[in-house]
Write a protein that binds this ligand. Sequence first.
Ligand SMILES: [Zn+2]
Length: 233
Amino acid sequence: MKNPPDIRRIDGLTVEFRYSPRRKSAALLIDAGRPVILLPAGTPDGVGESLCRRFRTRIGELLQRHAACGIYPPPEYRIGGIFRWLGEAYPIVSGEPDGFDGECFRSHSTDPAVIARNMERGWRQMALRMLTDKTFDLAERNGIAVASVRIGSAQTRWGSCTSEGHIRYSWRLGLCPEPLVDYVVAHEVAHRRHMDHSPAFWREVAALCPDAARKRRDFQKEAMRLSAWKGTK
Ligand SMILES: [Zn+2]
């Protein structure tokens, strides 16, 4: 039987260590969007971690370059897989209680169907909480009325707003880096003043969201990168 992958969280990075008897020295690669450190079999524990700390900046640069062109790999619902939240990757580890604790996603079960269910429930709950808070905060600070915030699972529609003030977001927004989430929230809240995409609407977005034009471009790229990334429903 294959050993489970050796994935650790080091200095804010999720790193996988792979050991090979054929390997003579350490090497670094980005595989499916995550850093992997290749090590000779029998490398003492701790060597990989200290290498990772020493090359932290280099790994960050490589990841950024990779993200600039790559599409995120689809989710893997397994121990050793990746849980994405707000643009960061966290390891899925076995443990209890099931759910995300800010450092890793725990699962009591190794069954992919159970992990998938728990991860998607986690994403929806976290997205609903985060997007409700952000939307009402921004609206209240600017004297704008919002009737409700709901979460859906649209794959290409990230947010929508009705003329009665009901805002709906896709839970997949929780996968995007937070500044881009803030842009989408500002976009929907701005629709409470303008139900179109007129110049006046874009001025409202700019007033609600610092650096909105750049975030909008970044968000469009991010949305493309997440296109391969559908979840199970
Ligand atoms: Zn719009």
